[in-house]
Design a protein around this ligand. Structure first.
Ligand code: GTP
Ligand code: MG
Length: 327
């Protein structure tokens, strides 16, 4: 199952208490104060793990609480710090406070990157700290501070350079499959792809880019039709869009403007992104019609076939060039 949105509770550990204690020894009648401090509570942190692709694990466990710090003890012993909890998340996880959804707390991108979401409470002070010239036997110690608590919204936005956009059945997954090692499901019915796929497209000379395939979009998707537009969040951070149009359909030009309209309905910034158009399925189109379409779409349009692989190398090159141009 692909999970890209979860709400969870995180609770850092409270600090341990400082204690009141006095030094006791055989030949000392009244020893001085020796109550130690409490340990620090554990933090709850998030850490990027490149091997994860979804937030699924977090769907089944909604609460993460770290350990409390131990209380101090006599002999000026500080209590042990509470153990932290580290929650592993896929790259591209963005974290918001549910109380303030506009305010991005953190954007976790690189493998190993870590973010402390809630801090453990400080330990309290033992009575050893309260000794003064006028008070040699303080009976004062402070309790540990409370650990922070938050409810967080985690949203996954896949990290890719190029995002595939198109109507269902246009050949998006096929294009990903013939340009990368990815093996997405391909079938001759709409809405075959139900969750995003990622592939790495090799350009040679050690150059490559990441391409994301998402479910198809239909007219009215911004009003919830089909699978809706929520998957578009996965192409929000791509640098270039690749529109896949079915060239064997009567009006691919209209398909492009409808797609762009739906994108604008989700977030106008999507339409500001540079793009390349692939007129796909040209193996089903007579040559003179192909020439006609090439002229009307202009230079940023490549004619392709996922079946004969015509135009696929040219498409990879065009995407590579666009990415370099908008680096
Ligand atoms: N003739 C021909 N068929 C193609 C071409 N590309 C894809 N197809 C076929 O079109 C159908 C849909 O292909 P997909 O790659 O699953 O399309 P999609 O855009 O990912 O579809 P959804 O995931 O449903 O949105 C499959 O039967 C493919 O084999 C092509 O260039 N030529
Ligand atoms: Mg697909």
């Amino acid at each position: 199952m692909f999970v890209d949105l979860v709400e969870i509770e995180v609770e850092a550990g409270d600090g341990g208490n400082g204690v009141v204690s006095f030094h006791r020894a055989k030949n000392i009648a009244k020893g001085g104060p020796d109550g130690g401090d409490g340990g620090r509570g554990g933090d709850v942190a998030f850490k990027v793990d490149d091997n994860l692709m979804t937030l699924m694990d977090l769907k089944y466990r909604r609460k993460y609480a770290a350990e409390r710090g131990a209380d101090g003890s006599g002999g000026q012993k500080t209590g042990k710090d509470g153990k932290a909890v580290i929650v592993r998340v896929p790259p591209g996880t963005t974290i918001y406070d549910t109380q303030d959804r506009e305010n991005l707390l953190f954007d976790l991108v690189d493998d190993g990157q870590q973010f402390v979401a809630v801090k453990g409470g400080r330990g309290g002070k033992g009575n050893v700290h309260f000794k003064s010239p006028t008070n040699q036997a303080p009976r004062e110690a402070t309790p540990g501070r409370q650990g922070e608590k938050k409810t967080l919204l985690l949203e996954l936005r896949l990290i890719a350079d190029v995002g595939l956009v198109g109507y269902p059945n246009a050949g998006k997954s096929t294009t990903l499959a013939v340009t990368s090692q990815a093996k997405p499901k391909i079938a001759s019915y709409p809405f075959t792809t139900l969750a995003p796929n990622l592939g790495i497209v090799e350009l040679g000379n050690y150059k490559s880019f990441r391409m994301a395939d998402i479910p198809g979009i239909i007219e009215g998707a911004s009003r919830g039709k089909g699978l809706g537009l929520s998957f578009l969040r996965h192409i929000m951070r791509t640098r270039v869009l690749l529109f896949i149009l079915d060239a064997s359909e009567p009006n691919p030009g209209e398909a492009l403007s409808l797609l762009q309209k739906e994108l604008a309905g989700f977030d106008w910034r999507l339409n500001e992104k540079p793009y390349v158009v692939a007129l796909n399925k040209i193996d089903l189109v007579p040559p003179d019609r192909i020439d006609e379409m090439k002229i009307s779409f202009g230079p940023d349009c490549i004619t392709t076939s996922g079946v004969t692989k015509a135009g696929i190398d040219e498409l990879k090159r065009a995407l590579g060039e666009k990415l370099e141009l908008y680096d």
